[in-house]
Design a protein around this ligand. Structure first.
Ligand code: NAP
Length: 276
């Protein structure tokens, strides 16, 4: 039986997943492999067919395939169906099972770094309504948040997503930040703003309560301009690297049969790789 796993996306060269899984393969002395493969959107169905025929034991699926890949799976975990996207697949007896571990990663990161983050469970704000927002919104809903504001540059996209996911979601334009911020004990950025130092214009974080937690799922750079601005006014922050590390655990365990650990060494290795 093959012991080959992968991450597919387009582009894919930037992915830090091979670093993480290769670290675990070596640490656990497992004779397996994990490679990054560039798959064009038009080739996704063919790649799944190769998988079904036994070329791989499974792998990760990333941008831009997370939503479209769902249709090529034979079975899909219930939570991935609700999210409307997968990021992990496993092959068993020629059948491909899709799941979504981004939600697990998002929650485990906050649980580990800010254990009280969800004790109030009332109102929070999510910036962005793209692919990554889906897992974050379902996670916050499942953790009992009663009121979840979704602010997006394109209001219609947020409206569509809120209607599709069904829950206590309320779509707004980014311009509504100042009006809504005082109610929010948690602010989550899921937009790609912050990547490589880009910053939001006109978000006045001082409108958040002093007890608010700010987290960014963007992890390049680790301290995004949003996190730096939050820290500067004394708000608690959690960076997004932990989400990437935690989402990788269930996939590795499923493919290779051993539960890997997120060690300080592993985190340092990935931090070094994303350092400017
Ligand atoms: P996506 O589907 O392309 O969505 C991008 C989102 O960002 C949309 O809401 C988009 O708004 C918004 N946006 C982009 N440029 C903007 C701008 N200039 N001004 C305002 N809003 C802007 O991407 P995604 O898959 O959701 O990924 C988003 C980020 O999350 C990426 O940086 C990715 O690396 C990160 N991520 C991290 C993890 C992790 O493990 N930490 C996991 C998944 C994703 P419109 O709708 O208006 O275009």
């Amino acid at each position: 039986m093959t012991t080959k796993a992968f991450v597919i996306g387009h582009p894919i060269a930037h992915s830090k997943s091979p670093l993480i899984h290769e670290y675990w393969l070596k640490a656990l002395e497992i004779d397996g492999s994990y490679e990054a493969i560039d798959v064009l959107p038009d080739d996704l169905g063919r790649f799944f067919e190769r998988m079904r025929q036994g070329a791989f034991i499974g792998g990760n699926v990333t941008i831009p395939h997370k939503q479209t890949a769902l249709q090529f799976c034979d079975t899909v975990a219930e939570v991935a169906r609700r999210i409307g996207a997968i990021n992990t697949v496993q092959v068993q007896d020629g059948q491909i099972h899709g799941s979504n571990t981004d939600m697990i990663g998002f929650l485990a990161n906050l649980d580990g770094k800010a254990p009280d983050w969800d004790t109030q469970k009332r109102t929070c704000m999510v910036l962005g309504a793209g692919g990554a927002a889906r897992a974050v919104l379902v996670a916050l809903h499942d953790r009992g948040f009663e009121n979840i504001y979704v602010l997006n540059r394109t209001l219609e996209t947020a409206q569509r997503l809120c209607a599709e996911l069904k829950g206590p979601f309320h779509a707004h334009a980014l311009a509504d930040f100042a009006k809504l911020a005082a109610e929010c004990t948690l602010l989550v950025n899921t937009t790609s703003i912050g990547m490589h130092g880009t910053a939001f214009a006109g978000l006045d974080l001082s409108k958040l309560p002093a007890s608010a937690l700010v987290t960014d799922i963007v992890y390049t750079p680790l301290q995004t301009p949003l996190l730096r601005a939050a820290t500067a006014i004394g708000l608690q922050t959690v960076d997004g690297l932990g989400m990437l590390l935690h989402q990788a655990v269930p996939g590795f365990e499923g493919w290779f049969g051993q539960r890997p650990r997120i060690t300080p060494d592993l985190r340092a290795l990935v931090e070094k790789a994303i350092a400017p």
